[in-house]
Design a protein. Sequence first.
Length: 368
Amino acid sequence: MQNLVLYRKYRPKTFSEVVGQQAIVQTLTNAIGRNIIGHGYLFAGFHGCGKTSMARLLAKALNCQNRKEGEYEPCNQCASCVEINQGNAVDLIEIDAASNRGIDEIRELKEGIRFKPVKSKYKVFIIDEAHQLTKEAANALLKTLEEPPSHAIFILATTELRKMIPTIQSRCQQFIFRKLKLDEIINRLKYILNEEKIKFEEPALRLIALKASGSLRDAETLLDQVVSFSSPKEALKLQTVQAILGVADKKAVLQFLQYLINKDAKSAFELLDELRFSAVDLREFVKDVLEYLREILFCKISPDYQSDLLLSLTNEEIERLKALTAGFSEQQLKDIIERFLDAENKMKYTSFVQLPLELAVVDICFGK
């Protein structure tokens, strides 16, 4: 493999390669094809879902020298496209507002806006983590957004839309990026591994996708770790992913819940000890327990309920989960979930990580 992390190596170079976000892709490509270009765009949503990649794609398509009227895909061959792909385009200015958040930086940006593009049709400014701009910087940017020069386009990206001042929001076209579905992430991971000629077990990819919680970048970063850890000649295995993530096998989570139903605190304690000594991160384990309890609660309320977690289980595991559903009432599930949420919070502030979890078990097994 090249010395390039996977999420950068496989960043989409055309709109057709974008995973998910199809409504946004269609809106932007229609606008490009019809030459209806705004001066300000606001991309908001969960981290790792493609906001910055989409911003670069938009900049590349608008400045592509070979794109004909009515077309929207960048050619990836002209000088402008190549420079953007290589990260050295002079007319694409990327600013990280997390570290360049003050009014001085925005004033400097405003000075640069006055000058026309060096090589391209548009000078495109991508401001990442835009919600971290100071109030003074945001107000200074607002004035530029109100009366931008015809050659300037602003693309603001944020994970915290509610922190963006309303006046900036109202002057930009807003696009909300959703979390990716489990199968969308799995299919992308399969594509990457096939391109890299690496064999894999599908349950391993399902666990990576599940732990990424809808973020493709997180999934690709986890995949990078697993690939680096694994032997080049071996397929990526579920056990390898579990070891790297410090997560327990699904069977351990289901068994733990069965012990709670049986009020068998002794066996639950023994299982927690086994997990701890086998290098399972108990903070991750309690997250898994909460996720399964949530699934059980939803299955109790709506037997036809489907989720990413259920889709990741085997038929045998689904049957076992449904069997556990019968062991809890809705009120019991609510109380148990609240106890484990409390334990999860307390685990962050103690060196005895297992203790809050053990106390929750005592409460559940011996409480009223």
